[in-house]
Design a protein around this ligand. Structure first.
Ligand SMILES: *[C@@H]1O[C@H](CO)[C@@H](O)[C@H](O)[C@H]1NC(C)=O
Ligand SMILES: *[C@@H]1O[C@H](CO)[C@@H](O)[C@H](O)[C@H]1NC(C)=O
Ligand SMILES: *[C@@H]1O[C@H](CO)[C@@H](O)[C@H](O)[C@H]1NC(C)=O
Length: 212
């Protein structure tokens, strides 16, 4: 009986049609690019007619991202070795946060995946000042560069005070500690990650008052 079942599933072609995604989740900075890859195989007797990537939406027919106006000019399928495909999305927007799946058509059928693809989260940067943004000199102040998910490549963070980089601030920790805070620390702060100095967070103002 068991043997029969295995044979039967082989007949359906399921055992040799497969897509797998090495990375299940990715967290990437808004404004940068991402490469999402998968490997796939199909029955040897079927010829591949077309391959494409789509944004997974419940109860919706998949449609090729390359013809989706939301992604116009931002999607590429770089040439890959046989059995591998990559989706490259450039100039990432917050609204690109979604699950992406790959599919293909062979001469026999369109392969419809019910398996999960890669879930992408696109995050911006935001500065948080603790304990408060208006302090008295001598206090300890921590500035934190916040993302909505942990960035994939664990980048270094860089701080800016009134648009100038804070000397020696580049650090893999996402915090700038001012302890004790002085009058010279007052100003507008923003942060960025290494290699993307142009993608800065909005500014947060730190106000420092004299100690009486
Ligand atoms: C995507 O892949 C291309 C080609 O391998 C590479 O040049 C580029 O840096 C990659 N982008 C990212 C964000 O990894
Ligand atoms: C696949 O391509 C072949 C040859 O180009 C064509 O005859 C066939 O209709 C195509 N099949 C599908 C499912 O698109
Ligand atoms: C900080 O930003 C505020 C609001 O944008 C602005 O009014 C102020 O002049 C800035 N301060 C400095 C030191 O750049």
């Amino acid at each position: 009986m068991a043997l029969f079942l295995i044979y039967f599933s082989g007949l359906q072609g399921n055992s040799c049609t497969r897509v797998s995604y090495p990375t299940r989740t990715m967290c990437v900075l808004q404004g940068t690019s991402v490469n999402i890859s998968c490997t796939y195989s199909h029955p040897p007797d079927a010829t591949l007619n077309s391959t494409y990537w789509f944004k997974w939406r419940a109860n919706q027919e998949p449609s090729d991202l390359q013809s989706d106006s939301e992604y116009e000019g931002r999607v590429e399928y770089p040439v890959e070795e046989t059995g591998r495909s990559t989706l490259r999305i450039t100039d990432l927007r917050h609204t690109d946060s979604s699950e992406y799946r790959f599919t293909f058509k062979t001469s026999q059928r369109e392969w419809k995946s019910i398996l999960h693809g890669t879930t992408l989260t696109v995050t911006g940067l935001r500065v948080e000042v603790t304990p408060v943004a208006t302090v008295t000199e001598g206090q300890r102040v921590t500035l934190t560069c916040i993302t909505s998910c942990p960035l994939a490549d664990k980048p270094s963070y860089i701080w800016y005070q009134n648009n100038g980089p804070v000397t020696g601030s580049e650090n893999p920790k996402n915090q700038l500690v001012l302890d004790p805070v002085g009058l010279q620390h007052a100003g507008n702060y923003s942060c960025s990650v290494r290699n993307y100095p142009h993608l800065r967070s909005p500014e947060e103002t730190l106000t420092t008052n004299h100690h009486h």
